[in-house]
Each structure stands twice: as C-alpha cells, then as structure tokens.
Design a protein around this ligand. Sequence first.
Ligand code: FES
Ligand SMILES: [Fe+2]
Length: 403
Amino acid sequence: MPKEVCGVPTTQTKTTTLFRKTGETFHAGAKTLQQRYFLSPDIFAEELEKIFARQWVLVGHQSQLGEAGNYFIAEVAGESLILASDQRSTIRAFYNVCRHRGSRLLEDQNGNAAAIQCPYHAWTYGLDGRLLGVPHMSDVPGFNKTDYSLHPVNLALWEGFIFVNLADASTRLRRSTARQAERDGYTSLEKWFAPLAGKFSRWNLPALRSAKRVEYDVRGNWKLIFENYSECYHCLGVHPELSKISPYDSAENDLTEGPFLGGFMRIAKGKSLTMSGNACALGIADKEEEGEEAKHRVFYYSIFPNMLLSLHPDYVMVHQLWPQSPERTLILCDWFFHQEAFGRGDFNPDDAIQFWDMVNRQDWHVCELSQQGISSRAYEPGPYSARESIPAAWDEYYLRKMG
Ligand code: FES
Ligand SMILES: [Fe+2]
C-alpha cells in the first residue's frame, strides 16, 4: 500500500497520511439505497429536520462579506437566514424574521446596507442584530428595545467558509449539560472539523476569492449528487474530456468513512483541468508545502451534508447542495482563486470555469437519468462495484444520521 505525505503547516511538521486505492476499502455486498430515500416526501422532511436543521451546513465564504454592510440570504431547512458583516466587520447570522409581527425583512438575495429596515412598519435593526429604531412604541408600557434583537443563528468559520447550525445550542446548554446537547445533535464546529485540522492549510482557503458562481437546478435527489461525486467509475464514459487529463482509475483515498470522504486523483504531468489543458492562474498552494507530487493531483472531498470541495493546483471549486424536494436540488458552484491571481496577465478563470461547467452538466445529466430510473416500479437497490466504495461509505453515514 502506498504511503503519501500530507502537509500540516500549522504545526510546521508533516504527518504521514495513508492513501488507499478505492477498491481496497470496499465492503462486499454494499448496495444502493432503497427507492423511498429518493422519492418519499416524508423522508425528505425527515432529512431537513435530522440533518439540515442539526448539522453544520455550508452557506458561503467570508470573501462574500468582505465589507461592512455586505449581506446575503441563505435558505437552510426551509428557514431564510441573513448573513451579514456588521459595522465592525464581524460576520453575523440571523433569522430573516422581524421581531414585531414576523415579516420577512430582506428580499434581495445579497447587497450592502447600513441597517436592516422592516418593509412593513419600519422597525430598524443594526447589522449586529440590535433593534435601533421603533416608530411610535414609546407609549407601550414595558416595551424595551433591548428585548427585541433579531434571533441569532449559530455561526462559525472553517478555513474561511461560513457554516451555520440551526440546532439551538444555547437553550440546550442552559437547560442541561454540554454532553446532553451533543447527544441531542449539536456539536461545536471546532469539534466537528477536528478530524480535518490543518489538512487543507496549504491551499490558503480563507484568502481565496470566487471569480464566478453558477447555479444549477438539477432534477434529481441531493444524495445522487454526493454519490456521483464520490466515484469515477462513470468517468470514462460520461467525462471523456476529463478522463484524458485525469485517469479515471487513479483515485486514492485517505478519508474512507464518516462525514468527510475522499482523496486525490492524478493529473497528467504539466496539465491542468481546464479547456486548454494549461494552468489558468497563479498556483494557490504554499510552494514550500506543496511538494512535487501535489502539483499533479486534484483532491476531491465531500463534507457532509452539503459541501463538495475540489482542490486543484491553480483553483478550488466548491459546490453547495440545497435539496428543494425529493426530486430536485439547487447547486451553487463557485470557482475560487488566489487573491493575487486576479489582475495578472496569466489569469484566465474561464478556462477552468468552462471546463467544469461542461463536466458538471455531464454529471447532472446522469444524476437526472438516475432519478428517472429509480422512480420506476422496476427499481430495486443494485450492487455497488468495488470502485464505488466511497458512495457506499457515504450512504452508510447518511443512514446512521437518519437512524
Ligand atoms: S412586521 Fe416588521 S415592523 Fe411590523
Ligand atoms: Fe462525474
């Protein structure tokens, strides 16, 4: 079994990471999920409640809130949330719900504002959530503005990415112990990501900036997207262009069970995953940490329940998955580059964006075909191949969370 080195710059040491060929971690007998997991509205509602309303979910990157007053809206488990950078450039998250009579506050998906004013009766909130202005409430006995700040949402940053968690940790922590809160489903972000500590440091993820976002409306269940991302058994037939640059059978994984899954695939020497086959931007990894081998690898990791993280030598692609119904998923795809890459003569982000837009659409197409076939009365769970050990591991973790 080959041993590889994975840099951990935070400690200035190197840890040895074991990468194993995909087939080596396969459990014989693994089969695809039952039909109901792709079609049932009850299971879909259960997923929102047990997974999307309890886990840390990705909503964006800190570079989207780079200036005080910037905000964007995220829809998580049926809730509209405001993500904003307050006057001190602290990132905050609130329910998009007025404390007066509950009106939706912000309708635009993103923007910049000095304050948040309710469109109904003009209660005005600071971007730190405090209620600042309330017309004609001074004659209401006992009314105190400080009692009506916007309802906050748990928020934390991991490698520059913004995650929220709707589990009401503060209430749980008040009425019981932290251990009890965790049993109820709440884990701090730090603890959740502890198995990945330092793993991605050399890509400088907090400092990257998105050059482009594309939204895809896919007629398929969100789990099909994860299962598709997690294997390259389909690559030769579905992605001829990708397979020319990155051999479909070159996958080796270091994370093979649990909420974080994946590893790397090889890139042909001197090539990049772009339309031209050439690098399209300044390299993003720390040169000292990168090492010769890493220049010819693309790393693919799925982060439960809604993030796909693809780390290339010259860019990082991130997919956010947002289940809309059992049979529909909204996918937001961003292409991130080094801050210093922007504005340089060799910066050609479209080369990577067009390449992956093509590959993405090839993937969504087969996911949509899967959804159609799985909807048939003839469908029954089929056997995974040994090259599909990672989707099988993903299903296993998903079922544990639903249990
Ligand atoms: S509902 Fe917002 S001010 Fe009345
Ligand atoms: Fe694919």
